[in-house]
Design a protein around this ligand. Structure first.
Ligand code: GDP
Length: 332
């Protein structure tokens, strides 16, 4: 079951020039490194198959590195054959012209062979730019890329842009959007979460990848950044203080006998309640209720979340079965 799951995981590849911030992003998102400590990271110099124990498969590539995308030794199928998205990181503080040129060349190559791969551009390190300048840089980069692509005959290339920084939640938010596009079951999940929200009186509900705190789905009400931050911080609190997540997991060792799935809730000063329930090895559901009486409905909430859990695991086990039939085994 675990192997099946791995083959069906959404795949991400992080690319960009050296020093653009790839290792920092991967350390902050997947290894919980505090952003300040990335100042001391050694720059990536080789292909890293970053094995993260997460809902998604994730690799970091330096570009250009020891390899050129178009070189004869390079097997495109191996790289992009089963890939979901390429995330290209551009250092917005630096002169980005070279990065944009290389990105354009890469897009054209990829589009020729694998037109369905999403190209996601992270205009990164924007924390250091003034607000007005941010918009200017953003527009300039988008313009340069789309001009180039339309010259080459691609009018509606699947390229999307995000302003990101490791010093706030923008990079998590951007990854969440990138991942969601790779989940074919997203509409079903959103539907189920909407129903759950109605039944439980949740004001907002996120389905998180526990390790990275990227959310793979939420209800379809507008995203409120402070609410997202609160939910995401709550996962840390739960994981850190009690290590009560009891699934077999190399990075999280349980202490003693426990329930298989963690469940926890807290009532905040403003009478809101945060409710967290682990769904499976990778995912947990975190919800916010702005209702002083929410605590009394705990039993109902727990029951509804269990029903959701069954539906969720049913959806994914079906898709693993399907996708493993057509996918070759990974040679790693
Ligand atoms: P890589 O070679 O692409 O892996 O780049 P690194 O991850 O080594 O990052 C290069 C430098 O950029 C490091 O000193 C990081 O601290 C810095 N950096 C990365 N992300 C950000 C960001 O969002 N904002 C700022 N201000 N600096 C960043």
């Amino acid at each position: 079951n675990d192997n099946k799951f791995r083959d069906a995981k959404p795949r991400l590849m992080l690319m960009g020039l050296r020093r653009s911030g790839k290792s920092s992003i991967s350390s902050v998102v997947f290894h919980k490194m505090p952003p300040n400590e990335t100042l001391f990271l050694e720059s990536t110099t080789r292909i890293q198959k970053d094995s993260v124990h997460s809902f998604m498969d994730f690799q970091v590539w330096d570009f250009p590195g020891q390899l050129e995308l178009l070189g004869p030794s390079f097997d495109l199928e191996e790289v992009f054959g089963s890939l979901g998205a390429v995330v290209w990181v551009i250092d917005a503080q630096d002169d980005y012209v070279e990065s944009v040129v290389r990105l354009n060349r890469t897009i054209l190559t990829i589009m020729q062979y694998y037109p369905n791969i999403n190209i996601e551009v992270f205009i990164h390190k924007v924390d250091a730019l003034a607000d007005e300048y941010r918009t200017e840089v953003f527009q300039d980069i988008v313009q340069r890329i789309s001009d180039d692509l339309s010259d080459a005959g691609y009018e509606n290339a699947p390229v999307h842009y995000y302003l990101t920084s490791i010093y706030d939640y923008s990079v998590f938010e951007a990854f969440s959007k990138v991942i969601q596009k790779l989940i074919p079951q997203l509409p079903t999940l959103e539907n189920l979460i909407n129903i759950l929200c109605n039944n439980c009186g949740f004001d907002k509900c996120y389905l998180f990848d526990v390790l990275s705190k990227i959310y793979i789905a939420s209800d379809t009400r507008p995203v409120d950044m402070s609410c997202y931050e609160m939910c995401s911080d709550y996962i840390d609190v739960i994981v850190d203080i009690s290590e009560l997540f009891s699934w077999e997991h190399p990075d999280r060792k349980p202490k003693g006998d426990q329930m298989r799935e963690a469940e926890s809730h807290v009532v905040l000063q403003n009478a809101s309640m945060i409710h967290l329930m682990e769904m499976n090895k990778y995912l947990c559901l975190v919800s916010v209720i702005h209702n002083p009486d929410a605590n009394e409905k705990k039993g109902l909430i727990d029951m509804n979340c269990r029903v959701f859990q069954d539906a969720l695991n049913d959806i994914f086990s079906r898709s693993w079965d399907q996708s493993t039939e057509e996918q070759p085994a990974e040679g790693e």
